[in-house]
Design a protein around this ligand. Structure first.
Ligand SMILES: CC(C)(COP(=O)(O)OP(=O)(O)OC[C@H]1O[C@@H](n2cnc3c(N)ncnc32)[C@H](O)[C@@H]1OP(=O)(O)O)[C@@H](O)C(=O)NCCC(=O)NCCS
Length: 88
């Protein structure tokens, strides 16, 4: 996982790296593990779940959001699955 500068990861936020794509945990198969890339000035709200995605600079992920896709525009995203609330 990569994370940029000036980010804030709130309590309870979780980063997923095993998608269970083979019907269950990948166990020791590191080739199946996926990574997230987080840009600069990203704030991730309490209890958000981040699947393996890319998040660009200046993004806010709302509390409890489940991020299933790349967030490539600077903005505020909320919900499950996370959707753009407004641009920043
Ligand atoms: C996402 C967030 C930044 C939005 O704040 P905001 O811009 O003030 O948004 P508002 O409160 O005006 O809400 C706008 C809409 O988004 C919804 N919304 C706000 N936060 C939401 C969230 N986390 N999940 C789902 N929907 C959310 C509101 O219900 C509202 O919906 P409506 O238009 O249908 O009424 C904020 O609510 C949030 O979740 N911040 C995370 C804070 C956090 O985790 N801090 C940790 C340290 S204490």
């Amino acid at each position: 996982m990569e994370i940029g500068d000036d980010c804030f990861i709130s309590h309870g936020a979780m980063f997923i790296n095993d998608l269970f794509t083979v019907g269950g945990p990948a166990k020791g198969r590191r080739d199946l593990w996926r990574s997230s890339k987080i840009g600069n000035q990203v704030s991730i709200g309490t209890n958000a779940t981040i699947l393996p995605v890319t998040i660009s600079d200046r993004v806010v992920v709302g509390a409890g959001a489940v991020v299933t896709k790349d967030l490539l525009q600077s903005g505020i995203y909320v919900g499950n699955p996370a959707r753009l609330l407004r641009l920043l």
